[in-house]
Ligand binder design. Sequence first.
Ligand SMILES: Nc1nc2c(ncn2[C@@H]2O[C@H](COP(=O)(O)OP(=O)(O)OP(=O)(O)O)[C@@H](O)[C@H]2O)c(=O)[nH]1
Ligand SMILES: [Mg+2]
Length: 458
Amino acid sequence: MLDTIAAISTAVGEAGIGIVRMSGKGAINIGEEVFIGFDDKKIMEIQNKRLTYGHIIDENGTKIDEVLIAFMKGPYTYTREDMVEIYCHGGIISVRKVLELLIRSGARLSERGEFTKRAFLNGRLDLSQAEAVIDIIRSKTDKSFEVSFDQLEGSLSKEIREIRNILLSMVAHVEVSIDFPEEDVNELTYESLKTDAQLAEKKIDDLLSTANKGKILKDGINTVILGKPNVGKSSLLNAILKENRAIVTDVPGTTRDIIEEYVNIDGIPLKIVDTAGIRATEDIVEKIGVDRARESLENADLIIGVFDVSRDFTEEDKEIINLLKNKKSIVLLNKIDIESSFKDKFLKELEGINHIIETSIIENVGVKTLEEDIKDLFYEGDLNIESDVVITNIRHKTQLEKAKKNIQSAIRDIDMDVPLDCIEIDLKNAWEDLGEISGETIAEDILDKIFKDFCIGK
Ligand SMILES: Nc1nc2c(ncn2[C@@H]2O[C@H](COP(=O)(O)OP(=O)(O)OP(=O)(O)O)[C@@H](O)[C@H]2O)c(=O)[nH]1
Ligand SMILES: [Mg+2]
């Protein structure tokens, strides 16, 4: 970890400024080498954590860009190492030229998430906090930002630490009892072990109970709009987004690919997916679209089935109903603005489906009701996530579940008066499972996998 890494930390594209940053042992030296101050003089002594105005110059002394630069000496930096940040003009050329110069001067291009990985390895953040960094960057709603920010501040770390402490003191108890096996001590040990194990399990359960909401907060409710061609699916997407995102025509088979958009309904993030109308078709492009529509159902949290009740019920509608069965779904009987007598027929076929709304998307009738229904379905009217800690990360959820299993196994053993050293194994395993959340017990390959998910320059 002694080498010096560099990366462009801002998003690529036109912008006011673009930031290139470096971290590592050579960062300050390289920074000094490529920078001259406002009077075109080399700076004699850098000012720690002050912005300095000047230019970046290459090996030949040619000015590359006019910049502000900050030298930051470790350990009170993001990575705990020496760091340099260079504030260039935004846009792709300036930052790229500066980065290339830094690399020619001895830095190496950083890997994804490597700055944050160093922050973790150097003990500035625990792993759950490091993971919160990328969640903050990816947040799409105020609420998911808030939850991730709390996690960065250490809310989850604190809970995990508490549970691990309970387990650790249990292990200590067990070891004392093994070393001093007087009978009365033993009896007491089993009793208090059980109380503590149940407390640890309860705390894990409390965390796990937030996981479903957490997933929705993070990824949005994955909502797929489904129906045969021409029923008004794309019209619905546009109505919810309040913009003309998808092409709408009266030609059946207009949408041929999946269209995914994010929208916020009163703070609830919705990932909304418009699909190609389901029908048997010879058209090769449309066929792929129909396949994709079916595939998108696999990960759907909610399906909105759309039916056109201005026309007669068909076999294709029947198929849509089958696809909705046993899934969380809301049905729209659309085009009620058109006089027709087919509605009752649809209602009969849809028997057993609870959420049915009559809509005229074209006249914006029923769309509001749909939004209210979506809210009710997922939050039972309770939008406020009061608990501070919400499990949003699938890895954390898995580790909590593993720990819970081990604790449950310990409780079973306690009930059966199994020898203490066997119980100790379960407790230690649970302790390690939780340690993987904070990163105290974690394998290098898992670590690599976690940081691969990051962006370059963070
Ligand atoms: N009268 C009436 N027409 C509607 C309504 N909703 C949509 N339409 C019309 O129905 C036609 C098809 O709408 P789309 O939104 O493209 O339908 P779709 O389900 O996306 O169709 P495909 O992409 O072909 O599967 C368009 O001409 C819309 O203007 C409605 O509530 N009432
Ligand atoms: Mg469409």
